[in-house]
Design a protein around this ligand. Sequence first.
Ligand SMILES: Cc1cc2nc3c(=O)[nH]c(=O)nc-3n(C[C@H](O)[C@H](O)[C@H](O)COP(=O)(O)OP(=O)(O)OC[C@H]3O[C@@H](n4cnc5c(N)ncnc54)[C@H](O)[C@@H]3O)c2cc1C
Ligand code: FES
Length: 530
Amino acid sequence: METSNSEPIDSNITSGENKSYWTASTQPIVFEKLQQDTDTEVLIVGGGIAGLTTAYCLLKAGRKVILVEDGYIGSGETGRTTAHVTCALDDRYFELEKIFGKEKATLAANSHTAAIQWIANTIKHENIDCNFKRVPGYLFLSGSDKKETLEKEYAATKSAGLLTEMLEQVPGLEAEEGKWCIKFPEQGQFHIMKYLRGLADAIIGMGGKIYTETKAEDITKEGAKANGYDIKAKHIVVATNTPINDLVTMHTKQWPYRTYVIAAKVPKGKLPYSLWWDTGDHDSKWIAAPYHYVRLEEYDNQYDLLISGGEDHKTGQADDENIAEENRFDKLIEWTKKRFPAMQEVTYKWSGQVMEPIDSMAFIGKNPGNDNIYIITGDSGNGMTHGTIAGILLTDLILRRKNPWESLYDPSRIRLKALPEFVKENFNVAKQYADLLVAGDVDSIDEIKAGAGAIISRGLSKVACYRDPQGDIHERSAVCPHLGCIVNWNTSENTWDCPCHGSRFDAPGKVIQGPANSDLSEAKEADTSN
Ligand SMILES: Cc1cc2nc3c(=O)[nH]c(=O)nc-3n(C[C@H](O)[C@H](O)[C@H](O)COP(=O)(O)OP(=O)(O)OC[C@H]3O[C@@H](n4cnc5c(N)ncnc54)[C@H](O)[C@@H]3O)c2cc1C
Ligand code: FES
């Protein structure tokens, strides 16, 4: 096993202790830290696919750009992706038709198809060596779903102008439910960190500036502070995956889910390079039905890697299904082996976080209430294309050019047809505040094993206690600095995860994922404040 579960977390490289295949197989992408005040036309906060693509597009259009990243390039969710590059969206096209109408469902299909083509063109133009391939994708029925779903989806994809086909068998897959599938031709896949390296090099080549280990704070319409220095900017793009510049508005329109990945060796030639997705577990308790997503990646002369993902749950709420985070990998291995018996040794395991938007589409555009601050968020499991769409769309908005996708992705949009999901997910968030009143996970710190964490009740306070591998205890307040929910211990990534809006903290309490933009406070402060 080539995971790094026993090493202390390096939050510059990754937002959890398990490294993905992508970050484990490449050198970290590092630039200098910001060390002086500066100014620019556009400041981009966040060095994932969304931030880098936006920087690239703006530089191509002749703008002056600075990008700041608080870790290294790709150290957020981009480095933990599975990098299917697809127009087969997580949420079905027939659902999009219901919420947005046929015209906008067609626009959605056009925008994702254009993003795949944009990626292919850019890789060619910049000569990026990142294993990019055009591959077919197959959407097949999960055990808990009915063929009617595929029929409705096939009709909706056709109506949206996609060149899909209905097949009687799923190429490469051995499973009882894999009898029918929709084929999406001309999808894509790549090695994401090699792609980011290519984009970063092109950005520098065009005169853009990238600073890593440079954390932006105090974002206003004048710019931001980063590492304590002022960056003045005419436009600010917040590409931090979940906005850190807004306390509430966007966080009632999207919800965080954890998702799990395993990578196993498969002898070369045993399986075709393809993307596979099932239609999701309709018996699941979660509103965003978890689905499985599988692909192949080149590994060495003898083997490919079969990369399989799924077993999602709402962040910080794994125990609500009585399946701890660490045990979800076993379920995933079992599911994958059954359908791809050619898989051999599992070499990597990791997990990551996706933001599920209320009405299925990402939020890309002006931050509600601001004229020169833009956000990119809510990209669910389609962040490769959504991040690319963001680059194209935000460049048009900043240059005041018309773009047909603007209203579809507008962060201020209101879709009343998505209201039931809004009520259910926000009820789930409200329920999490009850954790302030219930007992802790354990009665005494003596019960916490080395390398593990647990919540302890101390009077009216909740304390997040972590025992490091040397046996020393680290205590922080368990109250999330975003809006005050109680964090939970993540047993697979060794992090504290907030069940409300997905903020995450490393074991000693340092923030590694927003919307919180500060660390867990000292336990003593919690004792006195409660
Ligand atoms: C396991 C998994 C599998 C997935 N599979 C797919 C897939 O197959 N296909 C697909 O299309 N999508 C997939 N996704 C979704 C996709 O990977 C993400 O949506 C996408 O990578 C998000 O990119 P981003 O640039 O918006 O965010 P990120 O990559 O998270 O980048 C945001 C960056 O902002 C930085 N940052 C945060 N706060 C600050 C600050 N204050 N100052 C400076 N920098 C800051 C972070 O360090 C981070 O690097 C998957 C996601 C996961 C977790
Ligand atoms: S992320 Fe909002 S309260 Fe923790």
